[in-house]
Design a protein around this ligand. Sequence first.
Ligand code: PLP
Length: 362
Amino acid sequence: MSGIFNFCAGPAMLPAEVMTKAQQEFINWQDTGCSVMELSHRSKEFVALASQAEADLRHLLNIPENYKVLFCHGGGRGQFSAVPLNLLKPRQSADYIVSGSWSKAAAKEAAQYGEINILDITREGENNKSVLPPQEWTLNKYAAYIHYCPNETVDGIEIFDLPKSHGVPIVADMSSTILSHEIDVTRYGLIYAGAQKNIGPSGLTLVIVREDLLGHAAKGTPAIMNYQLLAENGSMYNTPPTYAWYLAGLVFQWLRELGGVAEIARRNQEKAQLLYQYIDNSGFYYNNVVTGQRSLMNVPFWLTDESLNALFLTEAEKHGLLALKGHRMVGGMRASIYNAMPLAGVKALVAFMDKFASEHSK
Ligand code: PLP
């Protein structure tokens, strides 16, 4: 809806153009007389749509031939289990880098399936939070894989570099950062992402996996989590989340048309810079992450006078600025400014924050 900006961390807003197209096609997709959600996943129409979506994603991220793209169920948390089940071989361990709440949750889940080493890289200063940079991580050369989360959605911390992994496959939970800036896929063994932030609606999870990592699933791995089986069946071993796949395809097309990942990265920098700069200069609000590690997608911030929190949220809603309440674990506020958030949304937020600050400064 015009004039309404949704800052939810996920499920998050989708691009306005995508929503309009989906609405137009909702009950009659390409003159089939059906909605995409009513088509068989094995119909030639859906198979064509699904492979186009994969081709567009491959183009956007420059995914090499020797990587499979899987369209899965189960969300980010599903992958917290699927990754160790598929990659952690008997008598091997995996390194789990803990940089915040989501990587901690991933490590906890993985520990159910095998031996993991936790490397807690979080550092709490008196007034700020940071993480040890990848060059300082002490990694095990013999690990089955290294798992990390480049963007901690709750904590607002982003890790922009990659560690030197000495050939150990790097597994990245990119749920809240995928497609926000360019990456070199060849540096990763596996990338996964729940769709509900930068890809499409919840219910779909993307896995991009190097082929040599397939075929090692532990005995007892549920079939729908077995990467090899999913790859052999074109992600259609069981019925995939077809409508979510279709919407993801529209998002990929939208991204390609606007200039690809390089262009969205430029826009994301501009939005984040505007918001952080305003917060830092305001004296009324603050962010506690050291510069250089601040998330470009999730911007937590606090009011110096926390007794104004409830009023801030009510007033923000009246101005069409939705879902700014911070995560329950950290409190305060959080503005998630994913790919679909236009610059106009961040400008509207900054203008509101400024007005609120001038009305309530003592
Ligand atoms: N990983 C990250 C970085 C997330 O931000 C989230 C959810 O917000 C998850 C994992 C969990 O995703 P899901 O709810 O799809 O299981």
